[in-house]
Ligand binder design. Structure first.
Ligand code: ZN
Length: 381
């Protein structure tokens, strides 16, 4: 995070903080009672978490993809299906930075903000802990993998704290300074082999190098394929499902368990351009990843799987003839799916949560307490 600040700015921030903390406790008084009672979610049998985020993936993305391909999806096999309300603190329609921050830290913030409070955007006083940090500081192995750049908004929210999603260097520095074991995505022009080495990471750029990684190593991977939505990637670049399988293999050997965030980034990107076929391809590859993860979890018996999205993109709407079409090139405020395997304590079937409640419930399912991952309601619902 950036730390240089004038004293006047600090004073202003302090005043804002006291105002919003006061508002926060007022909102807190009206918080849903089930979320205020973390004990309800403690589940000692869950040791690992795989948290999959389909960027921009709404309910109708799944329907459209099934129609386009005449297929069923692994996402349809979850018994526990709810929904998430995705707004940010500054707008009814969130961007990926604020959406990712809610899913990572349990805090809503302003659009553009990465793991920071709205009242303290440069983290002069404090910032909300993300669930990756919570897990790492308690001895769990951790990983953040994406088909976006490593410093993209979603992976950044799970690994950095910065006033703006565009602060690529700031975000990358935070990632290198973190305790995360695996950070894999596309190249961003900032990270380098030298920087990775200085910070104790192996730097990886090809499929073969990734597959050669051994347990106990920490790795920062940056691949270069620009067509990463494809189900079959090129020889140098793994697909999302290949990355996920290897990451699980590297992370799953400690008694303390692991936390892995997996983002399918291209569902959003192809929805912005209303590209039916490519969006479908990205959904299918994301679903293939989920299929692998579900099989792993069913064998393992100690792994919680949560699938959701940061927001919907493209406002896909059902037509009179039963087909589905994009009706916008932007994000929408539509609720998105929350699918859970492994515990009934994250969401009840049919329940609609606020996005920021999801990581809090995951943390409490892992056995963390409110002292360790506070439920601070500084959120206008
Ligand atoms: Zn997004």
């Amino acid at each position: 995070m950036l730390s240089s600040l004038g004293s006047l700015w600090q004073e202003i921030a302090a005043i804002f903080m006291s105002i919003i903390m006061t508002c926060g406790s007022l909102f807190g008084a009206f918080a849903p009672s089930d979320t205020a009672n973390p004990d309800k979610y403690v589940d000692s049998e869950i040791k690992n978490v795989i948290f999959l985020i389909g960027d921009g993936m709404g309910f109708n993305h799944l329907e459209k993809a099934k129609q386009e391909r005449n297929i069923t999806l692994s996402m349809d096999t979850f018994d526990i299906k709810g929904a998430s309300m995705t707004r940010s603190l500054s707008a009814a329609v969130t961007d990926s930075a604020a959406g990712g921050t809610a899913l990572a830290t349990g805090e809503r913030t302003y659009n553009g903000g990465i793991g920071v409070y709205m009242y303290d955007p440069v983290a002069a006083f404090s910032y909300p802990k993300n669930i990756t940090e919570l897990c790492a500081e308690n001895g769990m192995m951790t990983g953040v993998i994406t088909t976006d750049e490593t410093s993209g908004a979603t992976p950044a929210a799970f690994s950095a704290h910065s006033s703006d999603r565009g602060n690529t260097e700031d975000i990358t520095n935070d990632q290198f300074a973190s305790d995360i074991d695996i950070i894999w995505g596309a190249a961003n022009g900032v990270a380098s082999k030298g920087l990775a080495k200085q910070n104790g990471f192996e730097y990886v750029t090809t499929y073969d190098e990734m597959m050669a990684l051994e347990e106990g190593s920490r790795s920062f991977a940056q691949f270069t394929n620009t067509l990463w939505n494809l189900e079959q990637s090129d020889a140098n670049t793994p697909t999302l499902s290949q990355m996920t399988a290897k990451a699980i293999d590297l992370l799953d050997d400690t008694d303390e368990g692991f936390f892995l965030m997996v983002e399918g980034a291209h569902i959003d990107k192809h929805s912005h351009s209303n590209d039916d076929a490519s969006m479908t391809e990205a959904v299918v590859e994301f679903d293939k990843t989920i299929q692998y993860v579900l099989e792993y979890a069913k064998n393992d018996g100690e792994t919680l799987v949560v699938v959701t999205a940061d927001h919907e993109t493209g406002a896909i709407t059902r037509n009179a003839d039963g087909t589905y079409s994009f009706t916008s090139g932007s994000h929408s405020d539509a609720n998105v799916p929350v699918l859970v395997y492994g515990s009934s304590k994250v969401i009840n079937a049919g329940e609609i949560l606020n996005n920021y409640e999801i990581p809090i419930r995951i943390a409490y399912t892992l056995g963390f307490t409110e002292d360790q991952f506070p439920y601070e309601v500084m959120i206008a619902a």
